[in-house]
Design a protein around this ligand. Structure first.
Ligand SMILES: Nc1ncnc2c1ncn2[C@@H]1O[C@H](COP(=O)(O)OP(=O)(O)OP(=O)(O)O)[C@@H](O)[C@H]1O
Length: 221
C-alpha cells in the first residue's frame, strides 16, 4: 500500500531524516518509536502528505505523491488518509457528531449519508449518548474517540496517529489502543502510529526504531 524510498529532510542546517526506506502493507499496524528529536513526527507528516521530503519517494497504491498538484494532494489526503494527533484538535463550537462529519462534508459526500455513518461510528466507539455534546462537555477519552470517528469518516486507506494516547490516563489509553486493534481485526484498517507508549508500541505487528533520522532496527512479532 505504501512504499517509501530514501527520504531525506532538512530543517535549516539540521538534517532530520537521513535516508528512510519503508514499506507498509494493507491491514498492518506499524509503530514508530525512538528518542525525542529522532525524526518520528517529521517522518509521519511526510508519509501523511502534510509535509514534503527534500528528496526520495512516497508512493501510495502506485501513485507517487510528489507528482500530484497541491489540489490533488489535498483531495487525496481528505479521501484516503486519516489523522489522529495527541491533542484531538476538535472544533470547540461543534458537537461530536458535527466534528466527526466534517471531513465527509469536505469530500462533497451527501449530508445524510455522512451523518448516518458518523452516528454509526460514534456508536461503535461508545459515544451514542454524546452525539450532541461539544468537546468541552466530554471527557478526554471521549474527545479522543470522537477524533477517531472523524479520522474514519471517509473510510481511509491508512490512519497516521502521532502520540494518540499521549494525553490520556492509562484506562482511556488502553481503551483507545483496543479500538485500534478492533478496527484492524474487523475492517483490516491500516495504522502507522508514533508513540512513546510501550504497551501500544508492543501491540503493533512491527515496531520501527528511529535514531538520529534513520530507522536503526525493526522488531516484528
Ligand atoms: N518545522 C520545523 N522547523 C525546524 N525544525 C524542526 C521542525 N520540525 C521539527 N524540527 C526539528 O527536527 C527534529 C526532529 O523532530 P521530530 O518532531 O520529527 O522528532 P520526534 O522524534 O517526533 O520527537 P518527539 O518524540 O519529541 O515528538 C527536532 O530536532 C526538531 O526540533
Amino acid at each position: 500500500m505504501l512504499q517509501v524510498t530514501n527520504i531525506h529532510k532538512k530543517y535549516g542546517s539540521l538534517q532530520v531524516l537521513k535516508g528512510i526506506d519503508l514499506e507498509i502493507g494493507a491491514g498492518e499496524v506499524v509503530s514508530i518509536v525512538g528518542a525525542s528529536g529522532a525524526g518520528k513526527s517529521t517522518l509521519l507528516h511526510i508519509l501523511g502528505t502534510l509535509d514534503t521530503a527534500d528528496s526520495g519517494e512516497v508512493v501510495f497504491d502506485g501513485k507517487n505523491i510528489a507528482r500530484m498538484s497541491a489540489t490533488e494532494m489535498a483531495r487525496f489526503r481528505n479521501r484516503h488518509i486519516g489523522f489522529i494527533f495527541q491533542f484531538h484538535n476538535l472544533l470547540p463550537e461543534f458537537t461530536a457528531l458535527e466534528n466527526a462529519c466534517l471531513p465527509g462534508y469536505l469530500a462533497g459526500r451527501p449530508e445524510k449519508e455522512v451523518q448516518e455513518q458518523a452516528e454509526q461510528l460514534l456508536g461503535m466507539l461508545g459515544l451514542s449518548h454524546r452525539l450532541n455534546h461539544k468537546p468541552s462537555e466530554m471527557s478526554g477519552g471521549e474527545q479522543q474517540r470522537t477524533a477517531v470517528a472523524r479520522a474514519l469518516i471517509n473510510s481511509p486507506k491508512i490512519i497516521f496517529a502521532d502520540e494518540p494516547s499521549g494525553n490520556l490516563d492509562s484506562k482511556n489509553a488502553q481503551e483507545l489502543h483496543d479500538i485500534f486493534f478492533r478496527l484492524r481485526n474487523e475492517f483490516n484498517q491500516t495504522f502507522v502510529i508514533v508513540t512513546h507508549n510501550e504497551q501500544l508500541a508492543g501491540m503493533a505487528d512491527r515496531t520501527l526504531v528511529m535514531k538520529d533520522g534513520q530507522i536503526v532496527s525493526e522488531v516484528t512479532i
